[in-house]
Design a protein around this ligand. Sequence first.
Ligand SMILES: Nc1ncnc2c1ncn2[C@@H]1O[C@H](COP(=O)(O)OP(=O)(O)OP(=O)(O)O)[C@@H](O)[C@H]1O
Ligand SMILES: [Mg+2]
Length: 488
Amino acid sequence: MTKFNELGISNPILKALENMGFEEATPIQAETIPLAMEGNDVIGQAQTGTGKTAAFGIPMLEKIDPKQRKVQGLVVAPTRELAIQVAEELNRIAKFTGIRALSVFGGQHMDRQIKALKDGPQIVVATPGRLLDHMRRKTIRIDMVEVAILDEADEMLNMGFIDDIRDILKGIPEERQTLLFSATMPKEIRDIATNLMKEPKEIKVKAKEMTVENIDQYFIEIPEKFKFDTLNNHLDINSPELAIVFARTKKRVDEVAEGLQTRGYRAEGIHGDLTQGKRMSVLNKFKNNRVDVLVATDVAARGLDISGVTHVYNFDIPQDPESYVHRIGRTGRAGRTGEAISFITPREMAHLQVIERTTKSKMKRLTPPTNQDAQRGQQQVTLDKIRKTIEKAELKSYHETANELLEDHDSVTVISAALKMLTKERRDTPVKISSAAPISVKKGKDNRRSNNKRPFGKRGQGGGRNQGGRNQGGRNRKGNFQKRRNRD
Ligand SMILES: Nc1ncnc2c1ncn2[C@@H]1O[C@H](COP(=O)(O)OP(=O)(O)OP(=O)(O)O)[C@@H](O)[C@H]1O
Ligand SMILES: [Mg+2]
């Protein structure tokens, strides 16, 4: 185990890391920090939740001159929520340095952003579309950038973003240091990456599997029409602290979220068609435990670090094995445990094997729980509450009333009545989820790249701006399917 003070980090940053409760460097941090501080370009790959943000953040902060109020560090990230989160983490690490990171993303008022940029942050964390907007309007200068970072690099260099990234990098001096990070790095993307860098050092934290060991992975083979009730039963049995349910389309996200509300769960949906205000408020409610179940498209699959997420459900199995890795990686972070449960229709069973082969992990089969299992699960939750109350609470003042009840009824009847009152009863209000075509394995083709995946929906996340022109999904000149650009 490596201590941070063995890595040549300056005192103000060491102090912040200590304040944050970081005791030891994670393997990706221990390997990356010295190499990046020497000025090398780095491609860093390590499992989800293992601290890649600090692994690139610390060497970037060490390179920046706090006295210069110019953008010296640039981080590009695929979603708005991730840009905000990365800027927050950098600001925590930079607390005693005088360096400030600003997040810049679509859906926010341009004027306010321009004003914030004029304030002179030394680091900007941006989504690509909005950053390009500022570059064109000349409301940001990135010609003093010394360190450029692509977080979720394989996503950023995928078809949806690659042109934007090329345009952005053209605006930064060639002497820059470039750092690329992700939990996944398919070979064809790595080849693109090396072309954008100078003799990059590759750091790959060796792991047997692409997924994190302390996430227990399960699958349930289930026909489409039983998915929703099965999800209900599962939530009742597991009573997750926080759960994320991934569905394939925005429509299904809305329907599953509304269906769960109808059945009495505190659930909300998040996807790219919502206003930025709504996206933020949903995510904040989830972080503050005012929402227990977040139903999401892949917009929430990458990078988000929300403590307390104990369960990830793939209501719909993702097309890419990479996407599976990132989705389930929203739990089991920073050494904690988690569970991932994927619903697979009988026709999708071959796809399960594709995911297992690529990620080198195995999902254990679960039988779909019955309504009785779910009811017992909910009663168990009540039992646990009662046991805790017996342990902790002062109950003497209730004894007299309890004895009064016991004079008229036997103890089993009395306790059963109390259990009934305390237990969430099942609601069987019918909920209809529109069907989704099953994902199929395309023979003889790289399944991953032929997928026109659209985590942000048809208008992209820019909310209707900048949507014209090239690369709007569909087929490109070579006739391959092309991912719709997620402009922001
Ligand atoms: N050395 C450390 N000790 C303890 N906690 C840490 C350490 N480094 C990072 N963390 C915490 O671990 C969590 C996960 O970190 P981070 O989000 O950087 O992971 P990641 O590798 O980028 O994951 P993903 O691939 O999902 O983006 C965060 O809450 C972060 O603050
Ligand atoms: Mg990350």
